[in-house]
Structures are given as structure tokens and as C-alpha cells.
Design a protein around this ligand. Sequence first.
Ligand SMILES: [Zn+2]
Length: 159
Amino acid sequence: MAMKERLTKADEAKPWYGELPVESLYTAGIAGEKFFRSIQEKGVFLGSKCHKCNMVYVPPKIYCEQDFEKLEDYVEVADCGSLESFTCVHIGLDGKRLLEPMIVGLINLDGASTSIVHMLGETTVEELCMGMRVCAVFKPKNKREGAITDILYFKPTKQ
Ligand SMILES: [Zn+2]
């Protein structure tokens, strides 16, 4: 019995391929599908807009968190925004130490009321500061698969 429990736990452990620790933060479902399809096909971020309070949720939500309005209107937001916060991640989702630490940022895309969490690339922690401009770098269109990994990372841009 103890053996079986251990095996079950081993099956549940997710392997870490050095990609993304944030997959689980994105909501699936209809809104998530629209979000990822838009990135896959057009390289465009979609948000859902509340007409009652004007919040624009990115990634899109189905209901407004402020007033519980049903959100059915999707708007395009920019693929660039400001870096609100960032941190260096040394441990993967499986609890194991990453070979190379990863920088993860909280990014407020232009036109969005909420922020998304994603990896930062082509930079170092020393180069980053809060409020700096960052832009999304997507996979080449023919390599995209409608998943969060279609966004490779965000990189700082010169203003
Ligand atoms: Zn609202």
C-alpha cells in the first residue's frame, strides 16, 4: 500500500522542461480559448471588457470581479506594457532547483486593467526596473500551438 502511494505521487509529479512556471495562472475555458487563439493566429492579446465598470481583464475573464457582470465583449490590447514587478525564480514547479534561474515579471499591457505574469528574456535582473517598457516576443507563427508557450517571453524595449 505504501508502495502504491509512492508510485501515485511519482505519477503526479510534473517534469520540468525549463519552460514556464505560470501556466496554471491562466484560466482555461471559453475566454482562455479565445485568448490563445488570438495569440496563435494574430499575435494579439485579447481582454474582456466590462461595460459597467470599464475594467479590461487580460487574460480575459467571463465575469467581472467588481460587479459580477457577464463579460462578452472582447477587445484587443497592446503586446507591450509596463513592468510592475519582477522576481527571480530558482525552483521549478516540481520543487527542484532550476539549472538557470528564470526571471518572471508582472506586466500591465497597455489598455488592460489587470496584469499578466510571464517570463522575461533578453535581459538580466540588474537591467530591470519597475515601470520599464516591455514587449512580448512570440514564437514564429508556424510554430505556435495556441498555448501560453506561444509567448516566449517579454523583453525590455528602448524608449
Ligand atoms: Zn465590471
